[in-house]
Design a protein around this ligand. Structure first.
Ligand code: AMP
Length: 114
């Protein structure tokens, strides 16, 4: 069992605005949203960074992305579009060491990101 902030959210030790949950994935609104919609999709399995993924995690990662895209469709903004981001380690801007997929929507995104 991990003990990051996100593990505490999975265990309901700290509150979050949860928008989706299944056996493998939890999704909740980012506390500091960078777009009108900003949701974090996380695996329940504690994996610190993208560098820690192994072949055994292929299904978990697939489920994470499918959960996010299914939720985007269900919310009605998928056709307009959205952005999915996963940050890795310091230079990637990662601050919570439990992998997470940022789903951002509701405004025009720009490229390159900062
Ligand atoms: P990253 O910088 O990619 O590691 O993303 C971590 C994200 O977690 C940031 O966008 C934070 O705003 C978000 N965050 C931090 N604490 C919380 C919390 N208690 N509930 C929801 N989101 C959080």
């Amino acid at each position: 069992m991990g003990d990051t902030l996100f593990d505490k959210i999975i265990r309901r030790d700290i509150p979050a605005e949860i928008v989706y949950e299944d056996d493998d994935v939890l999704a909740f609104r980012d506390i500091n949203p960078q777009a009108p919609v900003h949701v974090l999709f996380i695996p329940k399995k504690p994996i610190a960074t993208l560098n820690d993924l192994t072949a055994a995690d292929a299904a978990v990662i697939g489920k994470l992305l499918l959960a996010a895209t299914s939720w985007a469709k269900a919310q009605g903004f998928a056709d307009n579009g959205y952005r999915c981001v996963m940050n890795c380690n310091k230079d990637g801007g990662q601050t919570v060491y439990h992998i997470h997929l940022h789903l951002l929507a509701g405004r025009q995104m720009h490229w390159p990101p900062g």
